[in-house]
Write a protein that binds this ligand. Structure first.
Ligand code: ZN
Length: 66
């Protein structure tokens, strides 16, 4: 399910960890709402953010739903 894997972003770039330059990530989908950010009347607040967790340093790289 969360097999560590390289990630290619929609713009064609390969995701590289900001901190340790690792290129292997675990994939998660987390509710933006679960972060404590709630925006009344904004439907995207209920959607899932796309999150990649670095397998080396555990940094979370997360992306806003399109
Ligand atoms: Zn890292």
């Amino acid at each position: 399910m969360n097999e560590p894997q390289p990630v290619t972003l929609p713009n064609g770039l390969v995701l590289q960890c900001d901190t340790c330059r690792n290129e292997t990530f675990e994939y998660h989908r987390w509710k933006l709402q679960a972060t404590g950010m709630t925006f009344m009347g904004m439907d995207w607040a209920n959607r899932d953010a796309t999150c990649f967790v670095c397998t080396e340093c555990r940094r979370i790289h997360w992306f806003h739903p399109v």
